[in-house]
Design a protein around this ligand. Structure first.
Ligand code: ADP
Ligand code: MG
Length: 741
C-alpha cells in the first residue's frame, strides 16, 4: 500500500515521456500527480466494430432539418463524434481564389466512405496524413451535396502500430485533449501509455475510500478495478460497471458530508417553542377560508419540530399559490408566543414588501409588532428599526439581504432571542448567507441557542433532486391547492389561430372577466423594446379590441408605475393587460381568466409555469393560450417523439399538466440540473460521472448508506472508515460550501 501510495503521489513530470513542458500542459487540466492522471477519464471509446459508424451518422444527418431556426435542435446535429477510419486516398484541389482544399477519402470498418476536408493547410496535413494509416477522427459531421459525410478540420489521432493489436481484441480509450496539450505533443496515445504504466506499477493496490462491506453489499467494483476498466475495458459491460462504481463514490462522498453537516446542525440546543400558539389559533379562526388539509398537516409537522429542543431544519416545498405564507406565519406566531423573535428573509424587496404588508394586515388584531429591514430604507429608518429589533420590541422581522448585511461602519444589527428563521425562495440565497443568518441568530441568545430553520421554495424542485440537494433537511410538501382554484386549461395554438384566441378573450370579457396578453422580450435595446411594446399595444387596442379597455405594462416603466398599473388592473380599470415583461409583481387578480402568450416557444418552462400561475386564482375556470409557429404547434399536439425540438416538448408539457413538480422534472431533463438550479448558488458540486436526472437509484442507495454510516459511526472512528475520516478532515473548511443550509 505504502508503495502504491508513493507511486500515486508521484508528479507526472517525472514520468517517462513527460518533462516540464508537458507537465505544465497536464497541470492546466488539473493533472499534477499519477493519481490525477488515473482520474482523467476517457471521453469516448473506440473499437473495431465502432458503434458510431458512418452509416449511423448518415442516418441521423438525413433527418429533415426543418427546425434549423431553433438553436437547440441544431446543436444536437452539431454534436461532435469520434469514429475510427482508414485514410484511403489524399487529393488536393485548387480553387480560383487561391484556396487549396485537401481532401482525404476515408473508409470505416464497413467500407463506408467519407471525406476529411482541410482548407489552406495542405502543407501541414500532407505531412501528417498517411495513406493506409488508421485514425480516430473527431469532429462535427456534415452531409455534403453528394450525400457524403464530411468532417471539416477534424481532430486526428493516429493509431500507432502497437495499439493496432490492442484494438484487435479490445476497446481503446480516447482522452479529451486541449489545445495546450496538443501543442506540446501530448497525444491520446501518450496518455494511454502513461496510464498503462501507472496501473501496472500500482498493481491494483489503489486505496479505496469505500469500505469493503459497502462494496460487497452493492456489488461494486473496487477502486482499482474500476480504474483499470475505465481506461482499458475488456468489453462494454466493464465500462458500465466501472462508471457505476465511480458514480456511487461521487454521490456517496457528497451525501456523507451532508450527513455530517446534519449531525452538526442537530447538535446545538434550540429553544422549545410549544403549541398550541394562542395567536395562531386566533388568526386561524378569523381567516375567511379553511386551511387546506395539506396546510394543516404541514403546520402540525412544523409545530412538532418547534416544540423540541433540537433545531428544526426543514424545507417547505409548494407550488406558487399553494399558501406557504400562512404556514410560515403559523410557525412565526408559535415562536412569538413562546417569547422569541422570528425572522423572515425574502430575496427581493418587492417580495419582502409584500410579505410585510400581508403579515401586518393579518397580525393587526393579534398585538404583534412587525419590523421591516430592506436596503432602500434611509440610514435613519434603519437606525430606529435596529433599536426595535435589538431590544426585542419587534417580534417579527421581515427583510431582504439587509437582514444579515454587515455595514462597513459597524457590525450589523443584533437580534433579540431569535427562535425561528424563515427563508423564502431559499434557492436565491447563497449558502454562506444562510449560514450568516444562523450565526446572527445564535449570537442573539446569551446561551447561544440555535434557531429553528424553515426554508421555503416555490420553484418546484424535481422530486428526484430534492433528496440529493437537501440531504440534510427534512422536507414538507404542500401538494394541494386551496379549494376553488380551477385547473387552467391550456391550449397550444398556431399564429393563424390568433383570431379564435381573441374570440376566447372577447367572450371572457363579455362575461365580466379580464385577460393578460404577454409578449416575450425580443429586442436588444431598451428603445427598441419600448417601440415593440407600444406597437403591439396599439394593434391590440385599436385593431383587435377597439371597444375594450386595454392597459400596457412594460420593462421601461419605473417600479412604482408598474405597481400602479397592476393595482389598476386588479381593481378592474382594464379588461386586457398587454405585458411585455414577465409579470413579476405578484399581485393576485382573481378575476383574470385568460392568459395569452405570444411566441410561447421562446419562453422556458419555469417561466411559462409562473406566467400561467397568474390566472386560475379565482373560482371561474381559466384558460392559457400558447401561441406559436404552425409547425411547432402541430408537433406539440402530436405524441412525443425522440429528438424533437425542446420547444415542442415544453409546449406539449404545458398543455398536458399543471403539476409544477412534473414540469420541473421535464425542465431539468431539457436543461440539465446545474443550469436549472444555478450550480454555484445551490451549493452543488459539478459531478463528473453522476447524472442527477437519470441516476436516481444510485443516489438513493448512496444516500441511505452514507446516512446510516454516520449514524453507526458518527466520528468515523472505525478502522475501515479511516480513509473516509481523512477525506472529511481534508474538507472540513469547505463543509459549509457543500452543505445546503
Ligand atoms: P405561495 O405558496 O405562492 O407563497 P401564498 O401564501 O402567497 O402562496 O398564497 C396565495 C394566495 O392563496 C393568497 O392570497 C392566500 O391568502 C391564499 N390562500 C392561502 N391559503 C388558502 C386557503 N387554505 N384557502 C384559500 N385561500 C388560501
Ligand atoms: Mg410565496
Amino acid at each position: 500500500m505504502a508503495e502504491s501510495g508513493s507511486v500515486l503521489s508521484t508528479p507526472v513530470q517525472y514520468l517517462k515521456g513527460v518533462g516540464p513542458r508537458r507537465a505544465e500542459a497536464f497541470a492546466s487540466v488539473g493533472i499534477q500527480t499519477v493519481e490525477d492522471l488515473l482520474g482523467y477519464t476517457p471521453r469516448a471509446y473506440i473499437e473495431r466494430s465502432a458503434h458510431r459508424s458512418l452509416r449511423g451518422i448518415a442516418r441521423r444527418l438525413q433527418m429533415p432539418d426543418i427546425f434549423s431556426s431553433d438553436r437547440e435542435s441544431v446543436s444536437v446535429l452539431r454534436q461532435e463524434v469520434s469514429i475510427l477510419a482508414t485514410v484511403e486516398q489524399i487529393r488536393l484541389r485548387q480553387f480560383r481564389n487561391n484556396r487549396v482544399l485537401l481532401e482525404a477519402i476515408i473508409a470505416d470498418a464497413d467500407q463506408m466512405k467519407g471525406a476529411l476536408l482541410f482548407w489552406n493547410a495542405h502543407q501541414y496535413y500532407t505531412r501528417v496524413l498517411v495513406e493506409g494509416a488508421q485514425y480516430i477522427v473527431t469532429g462535427v459531421p456534415a452531409l455534403d451535396r453528394y450525400g457524403r459525410i464530411t468532417f471539416t478540420h477534424p481532430q486526428l489521432e493516429r493509431i500507432e502500430e502497437e495499439e493496432q493489436a490492442m484494438l484487435e481484441h479490445g476497446i481503446l480509450p480516447v482522452y479529451p485533449l486541449t489545445e495546450a496539450m496538443r501543442s506540446r505533443g501530448i497525444t491520446a496515445a501518450l496518455i494511454r501509455r502513461l496510464v498503462r504504466t501507472a496501473l501496472d506499477q500500482v498493481k491494483g493496490n489503489i486505496p479505496d475510500l469505500l469500505p469493503p462491506a459497502l462494496l460487497e453489499r452493492h456489488r461494486l467494483l473496487s477502486k482499482g478495478d474500476a480504474l483499470e476498466h475505465l481506461h482499458f475495458p475488456p468489453d462494454h459491460h466493464a465500462i458500465e460497471r466501472a462508471l457505476e462504481r465511480m458514480k456511487f463514490e461521487e454521490i456517496f462522498l457528497f451525501e456523507l458530508l451532508l450527513a455530517l453537516q446534519r449531525q452538526d446542525q442537530l447538535r446545538g440546543a434550540a429553544p422549545r417553542l410549544p403549541s398550541p400558539s394562542p395567536r395562531w389559533e386566533q388568526l386561524r379562526q378569523s381567516l375567511p377560508f379553511a386551511l387546506t388539509s395539506a396546510q394543516e398537516f404541514v403546520i402540525a409537522e412544523i409545530q412538532q419540530d418547534l416544540a423540541r429542543s433540537e433545531p428544526m431544519h426543514r424545507l417547505l416545498q409548494g407550488d406558487v399559490g399553494a399558501g406557504k405564507t400562512l404556514v410560515a406565519l403559523a410557525a412565526m406566531l408559535t415562536a412569538v408566543d413562546a417569547g422569541y423573535q422570528a425572522l423572515l428573509a425574502a430575496p427581493t424587496e418587492v417580495l419582502a414588501e409584500q410579505h410585510y404588508r400581508t403579515i401586518c394586515r393579518l397580525c393587526a388584531p393579534l398585538d404583534v409588532r412587525v419590523a421591516k429591514l430592506v436596503g432602500s430604507q434611509s440610514a435613519r429608518q434603519r437606525e430606529t428599526m435596529a433599536t426595535d429589533i435589538a431590544t426585542g420590541h419587534a417580534q417579527i422581522v421581515v427583510g431582504t439581504h439587509a437582514l444579515f448585511a454587515e455595514s462597513s461602519a459597524r457590525p450589523s444589527h443584533t437580534y433579540h432571542r431569535v427562535g425561528l428563521v424563515v427563508i423564502d425562495e431559499q434557492h436565491r440565497f447563497g449558502v454562506l448567507q444562510r449560514a450568516a443568518l444562523r450565526d446572527l441568530a445564535m449570537a442573539s441568545h446569551p446561551e447561544r441557542l440555535a434557531p429553528h430553520l424553515l426554508v421555503m421554495s416555490a420553484t418546484p424542485i424535481p422530486r428526484t433532486l430534492t433528496m440529493t440537494l437537501y440531504g440534510d433537511l427534512d422536507v414538507s410538501l404542500l401538494d394541494q391547492m386551496p379549494p376553488g382554484r380551477q385547473p387552467v386549461t391550456t391550449k397550444v395554438l398556431s399564429t393563424d389561430q390568433l383570431p379564435a384566441a381573441y374570440q376566447v378573450i372577447r367572450s371572457q370579457i363579455r362575461a365580466g372577466h379580464q385577460a393578460f396578453i404577454v409578449y416575450p422580450l425580443v429586442e436588444e435595446s431598451e428603445s427598441m423594446q419600448l417601440k415593440a411594446a407600444t406597437t403591439e399595444f396599439e394593434s391590440i387596442a385599436n385593431e383587435h379590441f377597439p371597444d375594450v379597455r386595454v392597459g400596457l405594462l412594460h420593462g421601461q416603466m419605473s417600479w412604482s408605475t408598474k405597481e400602479e398599473i397592476m393595482q389598476r388592473f386588479a381593481a378592474g380599470d382594464f379588461d386586457i393587460l398587454v405585458a411585455t415583461t414577465v409579470i413579476e409583481v405578484g399581485i393576485d387578480v382573481p378575476n383574470a381568466t385568460v392568459m395569452l402568450i405570444n411566441h410561447a416557444e421562446r419562453f422556458g418552462l419555469a417561466q411559462l409555469h409562473q406566467l400561467r400561475g397568474r390566472v386560475g386564482r379565482g373560482t371561474a375556470p381559466a384558460t392559457c393560450l400558447l401561441i406559436t409557429e404552425p409547425f411547432l404547434a402541430h408537433r406539440a399536439r402530436m405524441p412525443a417523439q425522440e429528438d424533437e425540438p425542446p420547444a415542442v416538448t415544453r409546449l406539449r408539457t404545458m398543455a398536458e399538466t399543471t403539476d409544477g413538480f412534473l414540469i420541473a422534472e421535464v425542465d431539468m431533463r431539457l436543461r440539465g440540473p446545474g443550469d436549472m438550479l444555478g450550480t454555484r448558488q445551490s451549493g452543488m458540486p459539478d459531478f463528473r460521472y453522476l447524472d442527477l436526472v437519470h441516476d436516481t437509484t444510485t443516489i438513493a442507495t448512496a444516500r441511505a448508506e452514507a446516512f446510516s454510516l454516520i449514524n453507526r459511526d458518527p466520528h468515523l472512528r472505525a478502522s475501515e472508515h479511516s480513509l473516509l475520516r481523512r477525506y472529511v478532515l481534508d474538507r472540513k473548511d469547505s463543509l459549509t460550501h457543500y452543505a445546503i443550509a
